[in-house]
Write a protein that binds this ligand. Structure first.
Ligand SMILES: O=C(O)C(O)[C@@H](O)[C@H](O)[C@H](O)COP(=O)(O)O
Length: 268
């Protein structure tokens, strides 16, 4: 009689910050927005088949808003159970509520308002606006940190975002973390008040790298020839102080969803 061989030990794979990074090039900005919208809706459905709620982080910026308009137009949007979706923001312009330059206002106009009651109002977690009980970006950041904490697992500062959408500026900024800015080095909090943003308006609120990099998946959406140099820098491990986007990644996956103009300088 032979003794059965022992079962092999099972070891959990190690998490590596920059693993599973992929770049997907789309012909132009319009196609990019449509493709990211379809990808986002599919991701929401996939996650909903595994757990609920789903936490999504939105971005401002041209493509970030265009893709929300594409979600609004898609027939797939009605397959998603929006009552189980929580919406957050990666950054916000610190302006009065309803200001057309707020990322929240633009996202409501592009998508959220069209969802009506199927997306419960309490699932939409906007960064507090100027005059909305807060009078400085710091106060808004503190209030948003408290809101994030309400949805965080034990010991975490924020809920694990299933997808965090991020744009990138021509200077390599991500969310409202700008090159050489003090906010880049803030730790110990998921949010930070930002003054002196080179992209108007100057006062903003942003997730910190700590919060960004706690997301399950980070999806950059980047279009335009003016982004090509910083896209190349971010993908080749540039210094984060000079190219903040180089320091943002998802724990499980980082997708760079870009158009051909932005990708022009990348190696074939
Ligand atoms: O509030 C904002 O301005 C942003 O969230 C910002 O980080 C934006 O995503 C990039 O600047 C890219 O914006 P564009 O796509 O318009 O270039």
């Amino acid at each position: 009689m032979t003794t059965p061989a022992p079962e092999p030990a099972v070891t959990a794979p190690e998490r590596q910050p920059h693993h599973r990074r992929r770049v997907v090039v789309h012909p132009d900005a319009g196609t990019l927005a449509e493709a990211v919208a379809a990808r986002l809706l599919t991701r929401l459905l996939d996650v909903q088949s595994l757990h609920s709620p789903v936490h999504v982080g939105l971005t401002g910026g041209t493509v970030g808003i265009a893709l929300l308009r594409a979600v609004a137009r898609s027939p797939i949007r009605d397959v998603v159970d929006w009552s189980g979706v929580h919406v957050w923001w990666g950054d916000e312009r610190f302006l009065p509520s309803g200001d057309p330059d707020r990322n929240e206002t633009q996202a409501r106009d592009a998508l959220l308002d069209s969802l009506g009651d199927v997306l419960p109002a309490e699932n939409v977690h906007a960064m507090p606006a100027l005059g909305d009980g807060v009078d400085t970006p710091e106060r808004s950041a503190e209030a948003y940190a408290a809101e994030l904490a309400r949805f965080a697992a034990d010991g975490a500062a924020a809920p694990e975002l299933d997808v965090l959408l991020l744009g990138m500026g021509p200077d390599g900024h991500v969310a409202s973390l700008f090159p050489g800015h003090d906010a880049l080095t803030v730790t110990g909090t998921p949010t930070v008040g930002v003054h002196g943003s080179p992209k108007p308006p100057p006062e903003r609120v942003s997730l910190t790298f700590e919060a960004i990099n706690a997301a399950h998946q980070v999806w950059f959406v980047v279009a335009g020839a003016e982004k090509a140099a910083q896209l190349g820098a971010a993908l080749s491990g540039a210094d984060v102080a000079a190219t903040p986007a180089a320091g943002a990644y998802g724990r499980e996956r980082t997708l760079w969803l870009v158009d051909a103009a932005a990708a022009a300088g990348l190696p074939a």
